[in-house]
Design a protein around this ligand. Structure first.
Ligand SMILES: *Cc1c(COP(=O)(O)O)cnc(C)c1O
Length: 470
C-alpha cells in the first residue's frame, strides 16, 4: 500500500505538464481544451496502472504524443486489398476510377446540384446521371438513390404499399447485410404473396396470384449470390411483363449487380444486365452503383416513364436521395461506358477481372525479387516467399461460382501467420492479406500497380525489426 501511494505521488499534475513548453506548443496547434483532455486521459491511464509509470517527464510527453496521434488517425483509412476478392464489401466494394475520384473532388464545393444554370431557377438533383443511365440501358427514365436496397424498397413502397407483392419462393433471398426480401417487402408496408416452390415457379403460379386481385406488384429477384441447378424452372421476365401489363400490375426486377460491360469479354458466365431487363419491358429494374458497375455506392432505378415517376413522387424518395459527391462519381463512371473499350481499361473492377494471370505472375515475381533485395539491404532475414497460382473471386455477392485463375505471393510464416497478418494490417497503409495453413497469401489481382510500393515496404519490414512480427 505505501508503495502504491508513493507511485501516485510521483505523478505530476495536469497544470505542471501543461506549463511545459512542449505541452504549450501542442496546446497551441491543437486547442488547449482538447490537449488538456488527452493529457488527463494519459494521467488516468498511469494512475490506474494501464500504462507503466514514466520514469521522466519525456515519458509523459511521449505518452501524450502517442495518445494524440491515435486520436487523430482518421477512422476511415485507405487500405491495400490483397485478398483477391474484387468487390470486397468490408473493404469498400468497388475502388473507383481516377475519373470518378476527380469528379468527386470537383463536386465537393458548390455546384448546380439543384440549380438550373440556364434559367437561373431551381433545378432537380434527379436530372444528374439519368441521361447516361437511359443511354446505357435503353430505359425511358431513371432515378438514382442511395443503394440498390433503397431502390428496391422505394419501388415496392411506391407501387405495392398496402397491397401484395408476388415473389417466387425460389427468390426469397438474403443478400447480406440484413437485406432479406421478405423483410424488405414487409418494411415497404406490403404483403408477401409467395408463388411457386423453391426450385420451380411457373408463369401460371404468378397468374393465379394476380387473378386473385390483391397483388400490387410482381417482384423478380436475381439470384446474384447463389446458384440453383437440377430440377428447376423459372418464369421469364418477359412473360411476367406480359402478365403484368394485362392486369395493370407493374413488374419490378431486383437485379443487384449492374453489369454494364460484356460478361463474355470479362471471361465470366452470362449475367443478366439492366439493358436486358429494360428490353424485356420491366417497369423498374434496380441495380447497384458499386458492384460490377464499378462506381460509388448508389442504387439505380431504370424503367418506364410512369414507373420512375411513381418512385420519384413517393416521399420516401427524398429520404433515399444521394449527395452531390456520389452523383458526380457515378456520372463520371457511367460516362466511361460510352466507349466499352475505355470502360474495360479505366474502371478498376473491370480491369481487375480482366487482368491475365501471366501479367499478375510477372508482377508477383517482381515484387518478391524486390522485397528480397530490400531485406538484404536492411539486414533483415529473407522471406520464405514463393509465387504460385491461386484463385480470385469477384465477390460482393456476384458470380458465386466464378473463379479467376490468379498469381499469388505465398509466404511460409509457420505458426506466425496470424502475427504476420497483424503486422501487415499495422503497416501504413494497412495491407489486408489472407492466410491458410501457416501461409500468408497476397493476391496480385486486387493490388493496383500504384499500390505495389506499399506492399513492398510492408513485406520488406514485416517479420523483422520494422514489422514486429518476428
Ligand atoms: C447486392 C444486391 C442488393 C443490394 O444492393 P446494395 O447496393 O448493396 O444495396 C439487392 N438485390 C440484389 C439481388 C443484390 O445482389
Amino acid at each position: 500500500m505505501p508503495a502504491r501511494r508513493d507511485h501516485r505521488r510521483a505523478i505530476p499534475g495536469v497544470d505542471r505538464l501543461l506549463a511545459r513548453p512542449w505541452c504549450r506548443r501542442l496546446a497551441e496547434s491543437r486547442g488547449r481544451e482538447w490537449v488538456t483532455s488527452r493529457l488527463r486521459a494519459v494521467l488516468d491511464d498511469v494512475r490506474a496502472g494501464r500504462v507503466a509509470l514514466p520514469a521522466s517527464e519525456e515519458g509523459y510527453e511521449d505518452l501524450l504524443r502517442r495518445g494524440i496521434a491515435a486520436a487523430e488517425t482518421p477512422s476511415l483509412q485507405p487500405a491495400v486489398n490483397a485478398t483477391g476478392v474484387i468487390l470486397h464489401t468490408n473493404l469498400g466494394r468497388a475502388p473507383l476510377a481516377a475519373e470518378a475520384r476527380e469528379a468527386m473532388a470537383r463536386a465537393s464545393g458548390y455546384g448546380n446540384l439543384e440549380f438550373d444554370l440556364e434559367t437561373g431557377g431551381r433545378g432537380s438533383r434527379y436530372v444528374h446521371c439519368t441521361e447516361l443511365v437511359r443511354e446505357l440501358t435503353g430505359a425511358e427514365a431513371a432515378l438514382v438513390v442511395n443503394n440498390c436496397a433503397g431502390a428496391v424498397a422505394l419501388a415496392l413502397t411506391a407501387f405495392a404499399s398496402g397491397r401484395g407483392v408476388a415473389v417466387s419462393h425460389g427468390e426469397l433471398v438474403e443478400i447480406g447485410g440484413g437485406f432479406r426480401i421478405p423483410e424488405v417487402v414487409e418494411a415497404a408496408g406490403a404483403r408477401l404473396v409467395t408463388v411457386g416452390t423453391t426450385n420451380r415457379t411457373r408463369l401460371a403460379d404468378y397468374a393465379r396470384a394476380v387473378e386473385a386481385g390483391e397483388v400490387g406488384a410482381i417482384l423478380k429477384v436475381h439470384r446474384s449470390n447463389f446458384s440453383m441447378s437440377g430440377f428447376t424452372e423459372d418464369a421469364g421476365l418477359d412473360e411476367l411483363v406480359a402478365l403484368g401489363a394485362g392486369a395493370g400490375v407493374p413488374v419490378i426486377h431486383d437485379l443487384g449487380s449492374g453489369l454494364l460491360a460484356d460478361s463474355a469479354e470479362l471471361g465470366l458466365p452470362k449475367e443478366p444486365t439492366p439493358a436486358m431487363s429494360v428490353a424485356a419491358g420491366a417497369d423498374l429494374v434496380a441495380f447497384s452503383g458499386d458492384k460490377l458497375l464499378g462506381g460509388p455506392q448508389a442504387g439505380i432505378l431504370a424503367g418506364t416513364r410512369s414507373g420512375v415517376a411513381g418512385a420519384k413522387a413517393h416521399p420516401l424518395c427524398r429520404a433515399l436521395r444521394c449527395d452531390k459527391v456520389t452523383l458526380a462519381g457515378l456520372e463520371a463512371t457511367l460516362a466511361l461506358y460510352r466507349d466499352p473499350r475505355r470502360a474495360m481499361e479505366r474502371i478498376p473492377v473491370l480491369r481487375m477481372i480482366k487482368a491475365p494471370v501471366e501479367e499478375l505472375e510477372g508482377r508477383a515475381r517482381a515484387v518478391v525479387e524486390r522485397v528480397a533485395e530490400m531485406r538484404v539491404a536492411r539486414g533483415e532475414a529473407p522471406l520464405a516467399a514463393d509465387v504460385s497460382r491461386g484463385r480470385s473471386v469477384v465477390g460482393g455477392g456476384t458470380f458465386p461460382d466464378a473463379r479467376l485463375p490468379t498469381a499469388v505471393i505465398e509466404i511460409d510464416a509457420g505458426d506466425a501467420a496470424e502475427r504476420w497478418m497483424a503486422a501487415l494490417r499495422a503497416h501504413d497503409p494497412p495491407v489486408i492479406a489472407r492466410s491458410r495453413k501457416g501461409r500468408v497469401i497476397l493476391d496480385l489481382r486486387t493490388i493496383a500497380v500504384e499500390e505495389e510500393g506499399a506492399v513492398l515496404s510492408a513485406l520488406a519490414s514485416v517479420g523483422g525489426t520494422g514489422g514486429g512480427a518476428g
